[in-house]
Design a protein around this ligand. Sequence first.
Ligand SMILES: Nc1ncnc2c1ncn2[C@@H]1O[C@H](COP(=O)(O)OP(=O)(O)OP(=O)(O)O)[C@@H](O)[C@H]1O
Ligand SMILES: [Mg+2]
Length: 267
Amino acid sequence: MPNQTNLETNILKMSADKKIDLSTEDLHVWYGDNEAIKGVSLEFEENKITSLIGPSGCGKSTYLRSLNRMNDEIESAKVTGKIIYKGIDVNASNIDVYEMRKNIGMVFQRPNPFSKSIYDNIAFALRRHGIKDKNTLDEAVETSLKQAALWDQVKDQLNKSALALSGGQQRLCIARAIALKPDILLLDEPASALDPISTSQVEETLLQLKEDYSIVIVTHNMQQASRISDYTAFFYVGNVIEYDETRKVFTRPKIQATEDYVSGHFG
Ligand SMILES: Nc1ncnc2c1ncn2[C@@H]1O[C@H](COP(=O)(O)OP(=O)(O)OP(=O)(O)O)[C@@H](O)[C@H]1O
Ligand SMILES: [Mg+2]
């Protein structure tokens, strides 16, 4: 494996003209004594899709979860370093995590709609944030479903249970996540439990959403990473060892381990 000096020179620093929405500086995550993330510094460009790839257990989910402090919910987890969102360190102790997550939303691996109607799945979070006006809720539900490319499929069945929705549950979860109008959308293998048609619908949705959101996605699917993402970060045992424009990572990686991984020859 490359040594630390190599690692540092190969990490992409965005140039000054790029607009950075979110970044981490020297982020470490421990579960008890196990250091799962070992000082990761990355910058995420606005209105772009960044893929996090790498072998199982290398820390992709841990890193992604730390970006909106989901690791707070895990008792043994300890996170140090900075997570800078619009100039503010959201890893600081005085941050209102609930408010922060309005701006940095998350979609999980398995579609997890609430056992409620399609409408209420989306209206739920809005109501919790104090929005009660029926017209405002109707509008937000429609807009979110349109953005998630699900409106045409469900507009006549908004009162039906979300659990009965086949082939669209993950897009409903995306609609739910964007109802609060976050800036950043984090997704952990959002298509790994889906059939090929639903997968391509989710990919289409993400490509449309990047006009309004900055997206960070964990994926094991190399084709998916190369199809949809602008940037790719390769994680290896708790470090990012290569981070660059996706086409470069896939066609001209600087590091042998990246090449082995993206070409499927990982030992
Ligand atoms: N909740 C947890 N408690 C304790 N250790 C954990 C927890 N979650 C992850 N880990 C450990 O942290 C390390 C990184 O795991 P993580 O799930 O982030 O990897 P990953 O890259 O997402 O893997 P995969 O591709 O299999 O999803 C592993 O050693 C894992 O065992
Ligand atoms: Mg994972």
